[in-house]
Design a binder for this molecule. Structure first.
Ligand SMILES: Nc1ncnc2c1ncn2[C@@H]1O[C@H](COP(=O)(O)OP(=O)(O)O)[C@@H](O)[C@H]1O
Ligand SMILES: [Mg+2]
Length: 398
């Protein structure tokens, strides 16, 4: 556990970067410090590994004031990842990763073996070991940065906007990787970002800093989105917090319709009769393996020769699907909003169709979630921590 106890940092020019910070960072969790530029995030982070010393209060790790520890020794027990990775340009990837193990006096062969293990852990190919940083993409460099920080297996990992400089797609991949790693490693991570979506995705707990380095609120992501402590936090988390909050509610309780499912070998006449009987404007066509093919409109059926099979018609794309067991109401809503039929297709883990849900029915489910209810702990989308949420989803999509 890391604690900030009344911690203040005033720089020599008089700037108060962090003002009377009281915060507990639990062991084995990811705590995110979020705030706009200049709100003291980096300063707070660096007081943990003594790159900056406080001018008031104290920082402890497992009860020990960090100021009682020699900075170089302390830093070898704390991984540190920064934007642009901060790799040594004239050392190979393997040598970069082995930096701390070598400083700790590990024999060269053991350090090299460890470097290769870590390359694999962060999802890089073995042949990257011999390359130099400039021969890697930005996203690959960040992976090496994470590998280097983890090399000596430190219990604490400090990450200062590590993914801010890469494009959004690569960033999402790196975030997923971090969640996957954390589900395995359970490090005590302090992660700094100015991006509230990144904070919500990665944090077990989020500390919002306001300008002047004052703590505005500490809460779980759900709580922060449901109950911002004041106007500042409310504006910081954004106007669409209600929609984003849906990511904490599972889609598995949705009532899915199966009566609107038809197969590709059924005729237009059969389907048209069904659509009329149900009073449904759209039917979902699946193949013989129950995989989705697309939507067919009742109107289109009425205008089609009755003997034609549905598989021979131009179907309306079903957009993207949601996985019933692991996805959230947000994913289901997104799928419904993007679907030309206004309906989302829910699939099982193997991709076969479980059923469909229309925007209006989804609206009722979202309404039932209510304004201030906390999702029951056992009922949150995927599990109790950010990492476990990701592990349950397979880490691949949000
Ligand atoms: N070495 C320094 N000397 C003087 N002021 C500094 C120094 N480092 C940071 N600051 C100031 O402290 C405040 C907080 O900076 P920082 O911790 O880097 O914020 P953040 O990481 O949230 O952007 C800013 O006003 C910044 O200009
Ligand atoms: Mg900073």
């Amino acid at each position: 556990m890391i604690t900030f106890e009344g911690v203040t940092k005033q720089y020599p020019d008089g700037t108060v970067a962090v003002d009377d910070l009281n915060l507990t960072v639990p062991t084995g969790n990811t705590t995110v410090l979020v705030g706009s530029s200049g709100s003291g995030k980096t300063t707070a982070l660096r007081m943990i590994n003594r790159m900056v010393d406080p001018t008031g209060g104290r920082v402890t790790i497992d009860g020990q004031d960090v100021r009682g520890q020699d900075p170089p020794v302390l830093r070898r027990s704390i991984g540190y990842v920064i934007q642009q990775a901060g790799l040594f340009p004239h050392r190979t990837v393997a040598d970069n990763i082995a930096t701390v193990p070598r400083l700790l006096g590990w024999p060269r062969s053991r350090a090299r073996t460890r470097a290769h293990e870590l390359l694999e852990l962060v999802g890089l190919e073995p042949e990257h070991a011999r390359r130099y940083p400039h021969q890697l993409s930005g996203g690959q460099q960040q992976r090496v940065g994470v590998a280097r920080a983890l090399a000596a297996d430190p219990p604490v990992l400090l990450m200062d906007e590590p993914f801010s400089a890469v494009d959004p797609v690569v960033r999402a991949g790196l975030q997923d990787e971090l969640l996957r790693l954390q589900a395995e490693l359970h490090k005590t991570i302090v992660f700094v970002t100015h991006d509230i979506d990144e904070a919500v995705k990665l944090g077990d707990s989020i500390a919002v800093l306001r300008p002047g380095g004052r703590l505005a609120q500490v809460a779980t992501p759900e709580r922060l989105l449901a109950e911002p402590a004041d106007d500042f936090v409310e504006s910081f988390v954004g106007y669409d917090r209600g929609v984003r909050r849906l990511s904490f509610f599972p889609a598995r309780h949705l009532r899915l319709r199966t009566d609107v499912i038809v197969t590709a070998d059924q005729t237009a006449q059969e389907a048209g009769t069904l659509a009329r009987r149900l009073g449904e404007p759209w039917l979902l066509v699946v193949d013989s393996g129950r995989r989705p093919l697309g939507w067919v409109a009742a109107e289109a059926l009425a205008a089609t020769e009755g003997h034609r099979t549905l598989g021979t018609l131009d179907l309306v794309g079903y957009g993207h699907v949601f996985t019933v067991s692991t996805d959230s109401l947000r994913a289901a809503l997104d799928a419904a909003v993007l679907s030309p039929a206004g309906r989302a297709v829910g699939v099982a883990d193997d991709g076969t169709v479980r059923g469909a849900v229309a925007q209006t029915e989804l609206g009722a489910a979202i309404w039932a979630v209510g304004g201030d209810d906390e999702p029951p702990a056992q009922d949150r989308a995927g599990g109790p921590s950010a990492a476990e949420r990701a592990a349950a989803r397979g880490g691949a999509h949000e």
